[in-house]
Design a protein around this ligand. Structure first.
Ligand SMILES: C[S@@+](CC[C@H](N)C(=O)[O-])C[C@H]1O[C@@H](n2cnc3c(N)ncnc32)[C@H](O)[C@@H]1O
Length: 216
């Protein structure tokens, strides 16, 4: 079933039955997805972690000197993730925060090396604002892996998301192959970052308007 941008939030029971379903590992594993990008000592931001399919392995990969900042609008997802992290002995590498739908609370931090947005941007009502915040949270040259499930998101909607990411200050570096997913690796572009600093995003209001007109 295809969802319109921002019209649906994944309920916790889907987290248990689907997102943490062991069969998901047949399509891809957290390590196979993250290995090219996540290294020891990194700071990783993961909005919409759900119950943490990727989060625990990301915490293992950044090691004791790195951290994973997991931000979700649903407290129930974060509670389940916290329990799983404690059981795995990884809680000290995680910062878990409940956030508002269009405010990740990370603007201007420029501290992260890697940003993972997996199967969650289609749930965000203002994706341009989301990508602007992501861009501001990353160091220059920092990477964002965007992936969306083909079952929920049309190719057209994914391309629209990519257009908004570029308007927010990213450039598309590659299109990694992740089964059953649309995916792109984005890099924070130094040129666009300077523009963002001056305008605070106002220049891109056209892109936001365009996106809402074209909702699928
Ligand atoms: C389909 S789940 C994906 C979970 C995880 N990324 C995975 O692949 O297993 C989407 C998650 O994004 C969260 N979410 C939705 N909108 C959000 C927003 N604006 N900011 C942060 N999290 C959000 C939901 O609460 C849910 O936990």
């Amino acid at each position: 079933m295809s969802h319109k941008q921002g019209d649906h939030i994944c309920p916790p029971w889907v987290g248990v039955l689907s997102l943490l379903n062991p069969l998901r590992n047949v399509l891809y594993t957290p390590k196979s997805v993250l290995r090219p990008y996540v290294k020891e000592g990194m700071t990783v931001i993961e909005p919409g972690p759900g119950m943490g399919f990727f989060t625990l392995d990301a915490a293992r990969m950044v090691g004791p000197n790195g951290k994973v900042i997991a931000l979700d609008i649903q407290e129930s997802m974060l509670r389940a993730l916290r329990r799983r992290a404690e059981r795995a002995g990884l809680a000290s590498r995680l910062e878990l925060k409940a956030v508002e739908p269009n405010d990740l609370g990370i603007r201007g931090k420029k501290a992260a090396d890697f940003f993972l947005a997996f199967a969650m941007v289609h749930e965000v009502s203002d994706p341009l604002r989301f990508f602007e915040q992501a861009c501001e949270s990353l160091k220059t040259g920092g990477k964002l892996l965007l992936a969306e499930p083909r079952g929920h998101v049309s190719e057209e909607s994914f391309e629209r998301q990519l257009g908004l990411a570029v308007a927010a200050g990213f450039k598309v570096q590659s299109r990694p192959a992740i089964r059953w997913s649309w995916a792109a690796l984005l890099e924070k572009s130094a040129r666009e970052t300077r523009a963002l600093g001056k305008t605070g995003g106002a220049k891109r209001s056209g892109a936001r308007g365009n996106a809402s007109q074209k909702r699928s």
